[in-house]
Design a protein around this ligand. Structure first.
Ligand code: ZN
Ligand code: ZN
Length: 361
């Protein structure tokens, strides 16, 4: 047995008959990778009780045969969807062909229905994501390393100084440091938001110079072995106005309360509520608009969403961020984010950079 892929495909295949499906057509890139090991832009996996096929085009022939074990690799022609439909017809075995509703375009769906003729097409939601939500030890190990890369990269860049540099330059330096530390890339575009720009949770860093005596929100993640990490720290570039010092304290208190409350069995909305109540109790409730966190894995944002109204119950092996923020328009903002793997015997916080307010010149 080599790798986790065959086991994952077997688990998916085992759920199909009960849903009236003969075969599942998997098109989402992260889902295809999760089930087959295939990494590339044009790959479709057919998974069913009778076996699995990965279809791609000639550009990926060599890499697909290296990456995929235990499933047949088919190099399709110019019209990959026609090749997929032909194989799916044979594999459906009287059932429907399931497709990923959250990935497939309307145009592709229309064409597939046409190609499949009498074989029904059933849009499905979240079948592979249901499997991905709980991580195995190898997945956690990759994320642990991705988090360590970020810890080291942030330390390097902060030690070099950030005041007087542009936000864009610091974001670029963080990417370079992550690559130096062994990252395959960044898991999302790094956020560096200083002064009043810190009040915009997803600020895009550009030519603005980082001033002294304010807060700087730095949100970054690395990819290692295909898996993402995600961390935010907010640092002071000198003496802070009292309100900015206060909101860092408020945010840190809320983040620690949520870290302490995170455990298997708690609902995602209840966990969100712990941080939300803490911030509201300090008088800043209306300044925390986004959800508390999100799942992380092959994708930077995946299930479970940790936010008000989420019905998901957290389970051991889930990897979620805990990232409350307090944003004061025109003044500044703070967000503190850790990536946590839930366990029955306690959680593992993957990021180790200090969260206390520290001064960086
Ligand atoms: Zn983040
Ligand atoms: Zn995040």
């Amino acid at each position: 047995v080599s790798g986790p892929w065959a086991g994952r495909r077997a688990r998916l295949a085992g759920t199909l008959a009960g849903r009236g499906l003969g075969v599942m057509m998997v098109t989402g890139a992260a889902n295809v990778r999760y089930l087959t090991g295939y990494v590339g832009s044009n790959g479709i996996a057919l998974v069913g009780p009778s076996g699995s096929v990965l279809l791609t085009d000639s550009r990926y022939a060599v890499s697909a045969r290296e990456q995929v074990t235990g499933a047949e690799v088919v190099i399709g022609g110019r019209d990959l969807l026609a090749d997929v439909a032909a194989r799916a017809t044979g594999m459906a075995d009287g059932g429907a062909v399931g497709v990923e509703a959250e990935d497939m375009t309307l145009a592709r769906h229309e064409r597939l229905v046409e190609l499949l003729g009498d074989v029904p097409v059933t849009p499905m939601r979240g079948l592979v994501e249901d499997l991905r939500v709980v991580k195995d030890a190898d997945e956690v190990a990759a994320m642990r390393e991705a988090a360590a890369v970020v810890d080291r990269a942030l330390a390097t860049v902060l030690a070099a100084g950030i005041v007087g540099r542009t936000e864009g330059r610091v974001a670029f330096a963080l990417l370079e440091a992550m690559l130096d530390e062994g990252a395959e890339g960044a898991s999302f575009a790094t956020i560096v938001a200083s002064g009043p720009r810190g009040a915009r949770p997803h600020h895009v860093p550009g030519s603005e110079v980082i001033p002294a005596d304010t807060l700087v929100v730095i949100d970054l993640g690395a990819i290692v072995g295909g898996y993402c990490s995600d961390m935010t720290r907010t640092v002071a570039t000198g003496d802070l106005p009292p309100r900015l010092e206060e909101i860092h304290d408020v945010c840190l208190t809320a983040q620690r309360a949520a870290l302490a409350a995170a455990r298997p069995g708690i609902s995602a909305s209840e966990l969100d509520g712990v941080a939300r109540a803490s911030i509201a109790g300090a008088g800043y409730g209306e300044h925390f608009g986004h959800g508390l966190g999100h799942g992380v894995g092959l994708d930077i944002h995946e299930r479970p969403g940790v936010r008000p109204g989420s019905s998901e119950i957290l389970r051991a092996g889930m990897a979620v961020t805990i990232e409350p923020g307090v944003y004061l328009e025109g003044e500044g903002g703070v967000r503190i984010e850790d990536l946590v793997v839930l366990g029955d015997g306690g959680n593992e916080v993957l990021s180790t950079s200090p969260t206390e307010l520290r001064r960086v010149d």
